[in-house]
Design a protein around this ligand. Structure first.
Ligand SMILES: C[S@@+](CC[C@H](N)C(=O)[O-])C[C@H]1O[C@@H](n2cnc3c(N)ncnc32)[C@H](O)[C@@H]1O
Length: 740
């Protein structure tokens, strides 16, 4: 990744993966165009969270950058949590004010340029240009591209830099300075500053005489070498004999001093052991390498409470060691011991329960997992979706700009999205909002609708639709024709769904209130079905910190069982001649994503995965731990907060063909899928009134499933519920139980 880009705000990213993933994340800090946040981190759920993430929440409110662990190659500026917690949260406010002016100026100057988004105020653009932000034709595509390109080319001024510029950045970064001229010097200073942030944190260098670990020494030597390389590439070698040395002459004293300092630091109390900076990280000497805490130390920490600063440092050390275990693990402890400590530390530092922290640590390599946890401490940018039933994006943008809103197009991948950077008015209460010109909608939540691609005149089912962000988008994509059945099992939530449908002027929507497992019995024959499934919400922790602590293994089992039932109903609701189902969740856990889709494919051999039409994000997993998934699962898409600066999200598109007589192999696969689902299935009822879990215990019509297992589960759940509420048990029987 280009180093410059790190300092600029990432828009929700049109980034192709896996390249983006490898680039260690796109969520970047402190650019001038820091986006308006959708929601501040909420109060963490548990006691641990209170100590851990509450303070982190504050810190992050002032600094949008997820501080990646050093092993991610970034060497995060590890501001001590407590110190940072007291950082003034309004520090950026003044900057934002300036930003607003800058952004407006950007649009103005683009007006003069006369293409793309810049036509906003001019009003004299030709029809083609005026259509640029409408849905539809290829030329529109080009127009939108041009608009974005114009903005992208403003990268330096606007402070916005998209991920796909990073490659050229990386190449260009070192060629910035013409040696000797002022510009060059400035660039060099900037580079050096960047080095500080990217590499060794000069603000937080250990005090002189501090004893450094071998690994720290090694890092510093490597950093020194890198700086030397950089200087050389600028024609400013450290060696004053070399050409160009003169220009460096002035600074050389300082630098020599600096080097002395470095050396003193490197030497610590013991004196330098290798001037050449050779590899001495093996830890044979001195035994001053990182050591995992002993059992006694862990017990003491458990009793006294952990010092967050210590825990944070330890997380970084462990992540670095796990990244190069053979070389860096010098205390004879096993990898699993390191993982165990990391799990403990993640729980106490970020405030997750052990179950979820463990699941998430399994999802990513350790360094990336920390990036994910960090990203969950900062809100995602506010995004809105233009309601094309009422207005055009350019008109909406102009209207909001006139109200003092700073915004820009979301990215090439969306013709209707806008990212809001700053607003002097509440974005959920403008006249345009009330008039239904836009929906406040997370960028990820556009994706399933894009994937479903409903056509005008079609019959569409949105199975779990409240509060209607996707329903209203589907309606707009269908240009208010055909029909969208917008269903949700939660009656209270259908009220906000209905309100949104009205506000946005969706005339082709019918709201229904069923447990979606009642489909296709109540209604079937759909061209397309969206199942935006109830889920654990592990992709939206930045919006709801309670997810960190309120999910247990049992909740997950209940959810996945429900999800599997729902996806079969979605498939069965497609018309006989075939159609499409999009399955999506805002969870990143494979149990709720690939595993559910895989189950459905095995149970319904007339289905196959097809491309989502969303060309960014990571591919779905083909396997995860001991599980193997459908060979086309790579067509599914995953997006993450730490790689795309959007809510974590999963989507898969399934083509449903007319039913065929299942082959023996298909039957065997379906049976196997059932068995595996049974082993995953919940053994006990949910205790909470958790919205997502509720339907599992109150299934309206389980006769859809001639599944004894289901019937028994529901029956025993009801018995237990009766018992808990003091009702005589056995007095009632569900339809399913009766049928069974
Ligand atoms: C992820 S939210 C849907 C968000 C919605 N698609 C949107 O874009 O605004 C999941 C929804 O599923 C609903 N739900 C949970 N269990 C359900 C069930 N068995 N049948 C139908 N809806 C259900 C919840 O009430 C919740 O509104």
């Amino acid at each position: 990744m280009g180093r410059r880009s790190k300092h600029k705000q990432a828009a929700p990213t049109p980034v192709l993966e896996p390249a983006a993933a490898k680039s260690s994340g796109t969520v970047r800090s402190g650019g001038r165009n820091k986006p308006l946040s959708a929601a501040g981190p909420r109060n963490p759920g548990g006691a641990a969270a209170a100590s851990g993430s509450a303070s982190k929440g504050k810190r992050k409110a002032t600094d949008a950058a997820p501080a990646a662990a050093p092993a991610a190659g970034k060497r995060a500026k590890a501001a001590p949590a407590r110190e940072a917690a007291s950082a003034p949260p309004k520090a950026k406010a003044g900057k934002k004010g300036e930003e607003k002016v800058e952004r407006s100026m950007m649009f103005d100057s683009e007006d003069e340029a006369g293409d793309g988004f810049e036509g906003l105020e001019s009003g004299d653009e030709d029809e083609d240009a005026a259509d640029e932000f409408d849905l539809g034709s290829d030329s529109d595509d080009e127009g939108a591209d041009a608009a974005n390109a114009a903005i992208l080319s403003e990268g330096e001024d606007s402070g916005i830099e998209y991920e796909d510029e990073d490659a050229s950045d990386a190449e260009g970064a070192l060629g910035l300075a013409e040696s000797g001229d002022e510009e060059g010097d400035e660039s060099l200073v900037e580079d050096a500053e960047r080095e500080e942030e990217d590499g060794i944190d000069l603000d937080n260098l250990p005090a002189k005489g501090t004893k450094l670990t071998e690994r720290q020494k090694k890092k510093m030597r490597a950093e020194a070498e890198r700086l030397e390389e950089l200087l050389k590439s600028q024609g400013l070698a450290l060696d004053s004999d070399e050409e160009g040395g003169e220009e460096y002459e002035e600074g050389s004293e300082d630098d020599e001093e600096g080097l002395e300092d470095d050396e003193m630091l490197l030497d610590g109390e013991e004196g330098s052991d290798d001037e050449e900076g050779g590899d001495s990280a093996s830890g044979e000497e001195g035994g001053d390498d990182f050591m995992l805490p002993t059992i006694e130390q862990r017990e003491a920490e458990a009793v006294q409470g952990a010092d967050l600063q210590v825990v944070q440092m330890r997380i970084q050390e462990i992540v670095a060691i796990l990244g190069d275990f053979k070389r860096l693990a010098t205390d004879g402890r096993s990898r699993s011991e390191y993982m165990e400590q990391l799990l403990d530390d993640v729980c106490s530092y970020y405030g997750y329960n052990a179950f979820l922290a463990d699941r998430l640590l399994q999802m990513f390599p350790p360094a990336e997992a920390i990036e994910f946890f960090e990203a969950n401490e900062t809100p995602r940018p506010v995004t809105i979706r233009t309601n094309t039933l009422r207005t055009r994006r350019r008109d909406l943008a102009q209207a909001l700009i006139n109200r003092g809103v700073t915004l820009e197009p979301l990215g090439k991948w969306s013709k209707v999205g806008l990212q809001v950077f700053e607003s002097s008015v509440p974005i959920g209460a403008t006249a345009e909002y009330l008039a239904g010109h836009y929906m406040l909608q997370a960028a990820s939540s556009f994706l399933p609708c894009i994937a479903l691609a409903p056509q005008p005149g079609e019959r569409v089912l949105d199975m779990a639709s409240a509060p209607g962000g996707k329903t209203t988008y589907l309606s707009a994509l269908m240009q208010n024709s055909g029909v969208v059945f917008a269903n949700d099992s939660n009656k209270a939530r259908t009220k906000s769904l209905t309100a949104n449908v009205h506000r946005l002027g969706c005339k082709n929507v019918v709201v229904t209130n069923y447990d979606a497992r009642a489909f296709p019995k109540v209604l079937g024959g759909f061209d397309r079905v969206l199942l935006d499934s109830p889920c654990s919400g592990t992709g939206v922790i930045s919006k709801d910190q309670s997810v960190k602590t309120n999910k247990s293994e049992r909740d997950l089992q209940l959810l996945t069982h429900l999800q599997k039932q729902l996806i079969l109903c979605a498939i069965d609701s497609v018309k006989r001649s075939g159609g499409y189902v999009v399955y999506s969740t805002c969870s990143v856990l494979t149990e709720e994503d690939e595993q559910v889709v895989d189950y459905a494919l095995k149970k319904r051999p007339n289905c196959k995965l097809v491309p989502t039409g969303v060309d960014f994000g990571r591919e779905g997993f083909l396997s995860f731990r001991e599980r193997r998934f459908d060979s086309k699962m790579n067509l599914a898409r995953r997006v993450y907060p730490h790689t795309h600066n959007v809510d974590g999200f999963f989507l898969a598109k399934i083509k449903v063909s007319p039913k065929v007589k299942p082959t023996a192999a298909a039957k065997a696969a379906a049976k196997k899928a059932d068995e595996s689902d049974e082993s995953d299935a919940p053994a006990i009822e949910p205790e909470s009134d958790d919205e997502a879990a509720e339907p599992a215990a109150t299934a309206a019509d389980t006769s859809l499933f001639n599944d004894e297992e289901d019937a028994q589960l529901i029956e025993s759940a009801k018995r237990r519920a009766d018992k808990r509420k003091g009702r005589p048990s056995g007095g009632r029987k569900s339809g399913a139980a009766a049928a069974a």
